[in-house]
Design a protein around this ligand. Structure first.
Ligand code: FE2
Length: 207
């Protein structure tokens, strides 16, 4: 378990390093976006591209819904540690939404959302933990962590798949941006696990 955690941590740290580099790269390359767009449109028109765009709209919708849910969860959490963690992920999610808008721009599309019943179900399910647990308890924090991790895993699946599709479609720059968010989502998932295992679950057990 520990060695696994270490591996994930070092991977995340390694990717954080890439993040700075890639952000710099993506800003510096904005001028060549038009060139990339036309390359994408010429070479990759087809059903896979259409499907990629649908999935992109899906995760764009999901991130906006997650943003609203995070605000509620932050307010409902008991411990400062969990409130801080959720607050930090809220800010990160705002950046992830901007990054998705950059992806839309690279593929020559206007940002748009596609309603996704899947993420709405996960979020709705997560919100029921607020009804099922009492205010100011660590049981509530344990439940909020699980609810957040369910959302994270949806996002990890989406970003991982989208990054691979982007690579298949010859859009390495798009894949790089999606990978940045994928790494952030994985890191958040690990942070939440650590919070649960190292303090919240044990404290909840004593209530
Ligand atoms: Fe996210």
């Amino acid at each position: 378990m520990d060695s696994k955690k270490q591996t994930t941590r070092s991977q995340s740290h390694g990717n954080s390093g890439n993040e700075k580099q890639s952000n710099g790269n993506s800003n510096g390359k904005r001028n060549s976006n038009k060139q990339k767009q036309s390359r994408f449109n010429e070479k990759n028109a087809g059903k896979l591209k259409d499907f990629f765009l649908e999935e992109l709209k899906d995760i764009y919708f999901a991130e906006h819904e997650a943003l609203k849910a995070l605000k509620k969860m932050e307010g409902a959490a008991t411990s400062m540690a969990l409130k801080d963690s959720i607050g930090q992920h809220h800010s990160e999610t705002e950046e992830q939404i901007k990054r998705l808008e950059e992806v839309f721009s690279l593929v020559g599309e206007k940002p748009s959302k596609k309603k996704c019943e899947g993420i709405l179900g996960i979020i709705k399910d997560g919100e029921t933990v607020l009804e099922d647990t009492e205010t100011d308890t660590m049981v509530r924090d344990a439940a909020i962590i699980i609810a957040n991790q369910k959302v994270e895993h949806y996002e990890i699946t989406s970003y991982g798949s989208l990054a691979e599709l982007a690579r298949t479609l010859g859009m390495d720059d798009v894949a790089e941006l999606l990978d940045l968010t994928l790494d952030e989502e994985k890191k958040t998932d690990v942070t939440l696990t650590e919070l649960a295992v190292e303090s919240v679950n044990e404290e909840a057990k004593k209530e």
